[in-house]
Design a protein around this ligand. Structure first.
Ligand code: GDP
Length: 363
């Protein structure tokens, strides 16, 4: 599955957020650094209001949302790339994730120790980013030495790798993340280098409860930084989200409303994490269930079918497609068909977000 790694300095609220996300008390939030050493992985349902609407129109018995994985990667500190605080192990854990959710402490609380002395989320973000850049620089320089040797011996792959890596190393040496030097079309080749600073980043500002609806000066500073980098930002109060996650489903909306919050911060984190990975959703609707399925942007119909079952790709013949809006406007499949809004698409069809699909295949 696709996953987001939750990173940040100690005591910024990573575990609190992770626990709220996965609604487990298992990964214990504790007021001291290095409390979580093994990465914790949780699978989270992706909220999607379209599911309820489709299930009603399709008279389905149940709803099955799609899901996303989150990994709690604790313990990053200044000096991690030099092995501080088990740093190398944590950096290796980040290598495994598809995208980075960077939690920043934007709440003041004298009872919660700050490892850097005071609340300054932009400085904190720079500390972590620096560790990731140092780690990338070290790993690239090490590999480049080998490529140079083999390139001199006439090895073409090594020469190509050198050409790919040269601008990335240059950026890193200038104190910029490698992602700033990736040229269009190089994305896949660069991804194979498994660098940390080419992964997409979302900043999550963990603000005090009073600032959950509005944000505060700290989260504003992060917004400015993120805007300059083209990165995303979500403002949440992990403490509120922890409370919400303990409430029965039916009481959550009212609780949030009482705090002046329109929606759950967790929902916003999950959705932003989904977008960060370039993921899209299509639906299948039947009397038994309405279900959401995850694909990456640009996926064609046979590969989209394979998400349901591997055999569906091999036996793929065609698919019937209705866009979400058409499905809802015309009251379901039959209505959409009558109005000519149901299309038959073949092997080359690029599935769109919100498509309601019915696959035809040979078994
Ligand atoms: P981690 O080390 O980043 O995983 O941080 P934790 O989630 O363990 O949180 C560290 C401490 O900060 C715990 O005592 C939490 O209860 C506290 N904490 C987390 N989020 C908030 C928040 O939004 N407000 C306040 N006041 N405390 C928080």
């Amino acid at each position: 599955g696709f996953n987001n790694g939750i990173v940040g300095l100690p005591n910024v609220g990573k575990s609190t957020l992770f626990n709220a996300l996965t609604q487990t008390a298992a990964a214990q939030a504790a007021n001291y650094p290095f409390c979580t050493i093994e990465p914790n992985t949780g699978r989270v349902a992706v909220p999607d209001q379209r599911l309820d609407v489709l299930a009603k129109a399709g008279k389905s018995q149940k709803i099955v949302p799609t899901s996303l994985e989150f990994v709690d990667i604790a313990g990053l500190v200044r000096g991690a790339s030099k092995g501080e605080g088990l740093g190398n192990q944590f950096l290796a854990n980040i290598r495994e994730v598809d995208a980075i959710i960077h939690v920043l402490r934007c709440f003041e609380d004298d009872d919660v120790t700050h490892v850097e002395g005071g609340v300054d989320p932009v400085r904190d973000a720079d500390i972590i980013e620096t560790e990731l850049m140092l780690s990338d620089l070290e790993s690239l320089e090490r590999r480049m030495a080998g490529w140079e040797k083999r390139a001199r011996g006439g090895d073409r792959d090594s020469k190509a790798s050198l050409e790919l890596a040269a601008p990335l190393v240059e950026a890193l040496r200038a104190g910029k993340p490698a992602r700033t030097a990736v040229q269009p079309g190089q994305e896949e080749a660069v991804a194979r280098l498994q660098l940390l600073t080419t992964k997409p980043v979302l900043y999550v500002c963990n603000v005090d409860e009073e600032s959950a609806a509005t944000g505060n000066a700290h989260s504003e500073a992060v917004r400015k930084k993120a805007a300059a980098e083209g990165a995303g930002v979500v403002v949440v109060s992990a403490a509120i989200e922890a409370e919400v996650s303990q409430l029965p489903e039916g009481e959550r909306a009212e609780f949030l409303e009482g705090l002046g919050l329109a929606d759950s911060g967790l929902d916003r984190v999950i959705k932003a994490g989904y977008d960060l990975l370039g993921l899209r959703t299509y639906f299948t609707v039947g009397p038994k269930e309405t279900r959401a399925w995850t694909i990456t942007a640009g996926t064609k119909a046979p590969q989209a079918a394979a998400v349901i079952h591997n055999d569906f790709e091999r036996g793929f013949i065609a698919c019937e497609t209705v866009a979400y809006d058409d499905y809802v406007t015309h009251g379901g499949e039959a209505g959409a068909r009558e109005q000519g809004r149901l299309r038959i698409e073949g092997k080359e069809y690029v599935v769109q977000d919100g498509d309601v699909l019915l696959f035809r295949f040979n078994v």
